[in-house]
Design a protein around this ligand. Structure first.
Ligand SMILES: Cc1cc2nc3c(=O)[nH]c(=O)nc-3n(C[C@H](O)[C@H](O)[C@H](O)COP(=O)(O)O)c2cc1C
Length: 317
């Protein structure tokens, strides 16, 4: 059985991505080093957290540069917030890419977090044009990435037109930034923002729904993330249409505790077991396995104009 798969022009030993989490603060150095070592040993892809802090204060760059040092061969994804694209020059973006000798750039969209955050700045006007401009200027793939609210197929189509080569779903059902900001606002004594975060706690397209919508609507690579907790979840995401599966929350504690390689090996073992049980010898065969979509996900997809029963029979290896 072979778990290896192509992601852009790179071969991963399994379709697993360590999602963007950290950098820019002292504590991130050890976490990023641990994540990068595991990515290198296991042949997986890794995204770094937002590089804003290090672009604005180069003294923080070491918390990111360690990633390429510890993972000289891994597929590494740089990370910038979409609202920052409006402020940054081409040189700023180049600085972020050079910091980790990036193989791809993820531009993250977090309008929900910006809207709830007490100091948030929900400036999204004109960003589609800016994404287009940046995509055209890069020699590596640009990935548009959500951070917990998922991506609708209408937006995926607009993003594809801008020239992005990948979409990271970042769907609802996992880490919720509305929840994080609600807790922060509460701690700061900002009752209105806390209430706002509570109201939008679960806002967004569930990851499964978003993966189907997007992978059925555009030809770019689809990375499934948001609430994936096991290799079985990764297998389901791949069957639903994803090209790779991303994990953040359930790798953070293992990274802090020095057992992230073991956590990733468990994910790979679970993925392999799911493949064995459906008789798939390769990731391509797994992706062609019939999907049975029931319950709320089925209702949601049909309400959005997708027909899961047709979809289940459509894919061929
Ligand atoms: C602690 C933490 C920090 C994160 N920081 C970033 C970030 O800086 N940039 C970004 O694009 N996404 C960030 N994310 C979002 C993840 O990359 C990913 O899209 C999402 O959390 C995946 O869902 P999961 O945490 O349920 O696995 C972060 C997630 C976590 C848990």
């Amino acid at each position: 059985m072979n778990l290896s798969t192509a992601l852009f022009d790179h071969t991963l030993s399994a379709p697993i991505i360590i999602e963007a989490m950290t950098g820019g603060v002292k504590r991130a150095f050890d976490i990023n080093a641990a994540l990068a070592e595991a990515a290198e040993v296991l042949g997986l892809a890794m995204g770094v957290g937002s590089q804003r802090a290090a672009i604005e204060d180069p003294r923080m760059a070491y918390t990111f540069t360690i990633v390429r040092k510890r993972a000289p061969h891994a597929f590494l994804i740089a990370n910038i917030g979409a609202p920052q694209l409006a402020e940054y020059t081409v040189d700023d973006i180049r600085t972020a890419l050079d910091m980790i000798e990036a193989d791809a750039l993820a531009v993250h969209f977090n309008p929900l977090q910006e809207a709830v955050q007490p100091e948030g700045d929900p400036q999204y006007e004109g960003l589609v044009d800016k994404v287009k401009e940046v995509a055209a200027s890069l020699s590596i793939p640009l990935i548009a990435k959500e951070t917990g609210a998922g991506i609708a197929y209408e937006d995926a189509r607009r993003l594809e037109e801008t020239g992005v080569k990948g979409i990271d779903i970042g769907g609802a059902g996992g880490t919720s930034w509305a929840a994080v900001e609600a807790c922060r606002a509460k701690a700061l004594g900002n009752r209105h923002r806390a209430r706002l975060g509570e109201t939008f706690w679960d806002w967004g397209l569930p990851t499964a729904v978003s993966v189907v919508e997007v992978s059925q609507s555009v030809a770019v690579k689809v990375l499934a993330s948001g609430g994936l907790r096991s290799g079985l979840d990764a297998a389901k995401a791949l069957i639903l249409g994803a090209d790779a599966a991303g994990f953040a929350f359930n790798l953070l504690k293992p990274a802090v505790e020095g057992r992230v390689q073991t956590a990733l090996e468990r994910l790979m073992m679970e993925l392999k077991t799911a493949m064995f049980l459906v008789g798939a010898r390769s990731i391509k065969e797994l992706q062609a396995a019939p999907a049975v979509i029931v319950g709320k996900t089925y209702q949601w997809l049909t309400a959005r104009g997708f027909h899961p029963e047709k979809y289940a029979r459509r894919r061929t290896p």
